[in-house]
Write a protein that binds this ligand. Structure first.
Ligand SMILES: *Cc1c(COP(=O)(O)O)cnc(C)c1O
Length: 295
């Protein structure tokens, strides 16, 4: 019998048999003191794949985003975020709790903030206001139905960042989904950013883990922040081994998920009483509601 597809979330993926095999056979060491060869291999591959100097293996995407914000900012500063973004809505309160900076939400159409509007949100130097230091974008954008951020939009935001001396971080938890849908190589998205976070644990099927990539001094500092947050892990090559397979063998199959999601969306839309966003499903997230007097 064919296996049913589970569309509750792309976090319900499980490690493949090949991942479990690689985990069983992984060469390991103490990664906190910097001697796990499998983690080192994964960090180097992640950095190279995204065209960045260095990579950091993190227990979760939330921790990797927290480290990025902490490393790019300091107190009395503000971070521009998209109003419906994961980093603003779904990662508890790490901007204020860990980095002690305030988020400045900017609305968007399908995740793509208008660069001119972002530029207007950049604070002018003034003793009364926080100082803008970072822009965070999300690609794909989950709460906008897995929408892909156009490369041109990212370039526009990069130009704003450059004009005002700001950093640009991509929450690219699902950046491989974006790349699969748009045909834009992940390295082209990453080129527009100072740092990128991406998840190995979503559609790429690794059981645990996210990567943060960026310049070497940023990652060196990020490693110290990770330790302070309790994210230093010892013989973690056992998990990184699955991550290596996620990165080398699983990115090519995301198109299957996207095709299945489109089929499912068409099926759901045909039911009476279902309200589904008329914009086509771009990746593998389907957002729909019910038309019922009680709702
Ligand atoms: C899943 C996800 C994260 C966070 O990842 P966790 O590993 O669940 O902490 C961050 N941003 C986006 C857009 C995500 O989809």
């Amino acid at each position: 019998m064919e296996q049913p597809s589970d569309f509750r979330s792309d976090t319900v993926t499980k490690p493949t048999p090949k991942m479990r095999q690689a985990m069983a056979e992984a060469e390991v060491g103490d990664d906190v003191i910097g001697f796990d060869p499998t983690v080192q291999k994964l960090e180097a591959l992640a950095a190279q794949t995204m065209g960045k100097e260095a990579g950091l293996f993190c227990p979760s995407g939330t921790m990797a985003n927290s480290i990025a914000v902490k490393a790019w900012t300091h107190e009395l500063q503000e971070v521009i975020v998209e109003a419906r973004s994961h980093i603003y809505n779904l990662e508890s309160t790490h901007m204020t709790f860990i980095s002690r900076v305030t988020p400045r939400p900017v609305p968007s159409v399908r995740g793509a903030m208008d660069p001119a509007e972002v530029e207007r949100a950049v604070r002018k130097p003034n003793v009364h206001t926080p100082e803008t230091s970072l822009i965070c974008v999300e690609n794909t954008h989950n709460n906008w139905g897995g929408a892909v951020l156009p490369l041109e939009n990212l370039k526009g935001l990069r130009a704003v960042a450059d004009r005002h001396g700001l950093r640009l971080h991509i929450d690219g938890a699902r950046i491989y989904n974006a790349s699969t849908a748009s045909g834009v190589p992940v390295i082209d998205y990453a080129r527009q950013a100072d740092s990128v976070m991406f998840c190995l644990s979503k559609g790429l099927s690794a059981p645990i883990g996210s990567m943060l990539v960026g310049p070497k001094d940023f990652i060196d500092y990020g490693r110290r922040i990770r330790k302070a947050l309790g994210g230093g892990m010892r013989q973690v090559g056992v998990i990184a081994a699955a991550g290596l397979i996620a990165l080398t063998e699983m990115t090519g199959r995301l198109g299957d998920d996207h095709r299945r999601a489109k089929t499912l969306a068409r099926g759901i839309a045909a039911f009476p009483g279902v309200k589904i966003d008329p914009v086509p499903v771009e990746t593998n997230i389907i957002i729909f509601g019910f038309e019922h007097p009680k709702f």
